[in-house]
Design a protein around this ligand. Structure first.
Ligand SMILES: *Cc1c(COP(=O)(O)O)cnc(C)c1O
Length: 392
């Protein structure tokens, strides 16, 4: 395999709910859900049933034909959100790639090429995927270094800096793309004022506001999408990760007015909207978009914050705890700066899977329905891991 990853020394072979087992039969509490993907836990019985039933009916027909699961999913997502139009891709990067292409196309259709309305504004530390366009738009240069020449007319400005945003957004801006909570960049929530300011500036300058909800979407923050809590409605929203609970799928949601610019032949995908992926995603959204699951996210969030505060009052390992719903970041205090990967490794040795978000932040993204006893077991293992890490 290409050496682009440095996988952990254990190999998971089986999982159920929020427990994972490795080749030796050792069990782990999963506080990562595969990087905010398996939001209903592993091997959820309803999803196994949906996938198996669809596998017996129809796997793939290509977009030369439409298919019933894709139509159902488009209907469910548009009924549940501001959107009136859906495009299906296979990943978060592809969804963002499509959203950015759409924004450029809308500006050219509406204002002509002479207006040079092509500027894309994004934010430092942001992450939008690994295609050439999305690494260029993303705000972490290490992902685009060495791949030039890169797509042009992209500006990166400081996240949560209203003055910088107001100075940057003008009539040449075609789109602003933002994560409501920066995930990979360190679990940093956008302030409500910042998002409102982006909305107003985009409206004033006829620019499209794109919310990248690949990590925050599908219930992770305690609402179906984070924009619903922020009180700011984007023009385009992208989703992926938890949408398929582990079956690859991405989606671009937008209004009919904007979506019509993706006219026949302007964009496409062989697999996008594949019946297996859309059947699973339709069931995922049906199961997650309920008061029971979404309230459960907020309750579990409060529970984890309380546990991390209590670990911190004894150990002092964290400088700040932040996030939204079940996307939680714990920034390490100065003495432990740069050590997030080492703590992840110690956690794994103690039977709990956690993530990092850069060298200074531990990231927790458990399944939205993780049982409390499993959650407490995971947090107890984490506490033991932190203790052993500190005494090393
Ligand atoms: C994970 C992620 C992506 C990329 O998704 P892939 O499915 O890996 O292509 C894009 N944006 C955000 C905010 C993400 O967290």
């Amino acid at each position: 395999m290409a050496p682009v990853y440095a996988p952990a020394p254990v190999i998971p072979v089986r999982a159920q709910g929020s427990r994972v087992w490795d080749e030796e039969g050792r069990d782990y509490v999963d506080l990562t859900s595969g990087i905010a993907v398996c939001a209903l836990g592993h091997a959820h019985p309803a999803l196994v049933e949906t996938l198996s039933r669809q596998a017996e009916q129809l796997w793939h027909v290509s977009n030369v034909f439409t298919n019933i699961p894709a139509l159902k999913l488009a209907l469910r997502l548009t009924e549940a959100t501001f959107a009136e139009n859906a495009f299906f891709a296979n990943s978060g990067a592809e969804a963002n790639e499509a959203a950015l292409k759409l924004a450029r196309r809308v500006a050219i259709d509406r204002f002509g090429t002479e207006a040079r309305k092509t500027r894309i504004i994004s934010f430092e530390q942001s992450f939008h995927g690994r295609t050439l366009f999305t690494v260029s738009v993303g705000g972490q240069q290490k992902y685009s270094d060495g791949f030039g020449p890169l797509p042009g007319d992209i500006s990166h400005i400081r996240f949560n800096d209203i003055d910088a945003a107001l100075a940057a957004i003008d009539d040449r801006t075609c789109a602003v793309i933002v994560e409501p909570v920066q995930g990979e960049g360190g679990v940093i929530p956008a302030t409500a004022d910042f998002l409102r300011c982006l909305r107003d500036a985009c409206t004033r300058h006829n620019a499209l506001l794109i919310f990248d909800e690949v990590q925050t979407g599908i219930g992770r923050t305690g609402s179906l999408f984070a924009y619903m809590d922020a009180g700011v409605t984007p023009d385009i929203l992208t989703a992926a990760k938890a949408l398929g609970n582990g079956f690859p799928i991405g989606a671009v949601l937008t209004t009919a007015e904007i979506g019509k610019h993706f006219s026949v032949g302007t964009h496409g995908s062989t697999y996008g909207g594949n019946p297996l992926a859309t059947a699973v995603a339709d069931r995922v959204v049906e199961l997650i978009n309920t008061p029971h699951v979404l309230d459960g996210v907020r309750e579990r969030s409060a529970h984890i914050f309380a546990s991390l505060r209590s670990i911190n009052s004894r150990t002092g390992v964290f400088r700040e705890l932040r996030g939204a719903g079940l996307l939680i970041g714990a920034e390490l205090s100065d003495a432990y700066h740069g050590r997030s990967k080492d703590i992840m490794t110690a956690a794994l040795e103690h039977g709990v899977m956690i993530l990092n978000a850069g060298p200074n932040v531990l990231r927790f993204a458990p399944a939205l329905n993780i049982p409390y006893e499993c959650l407490d077991e995971g947090l107890a293992r984490l506490e033991r891991a932190i203790d052993s890490f500190r005494s090393d």
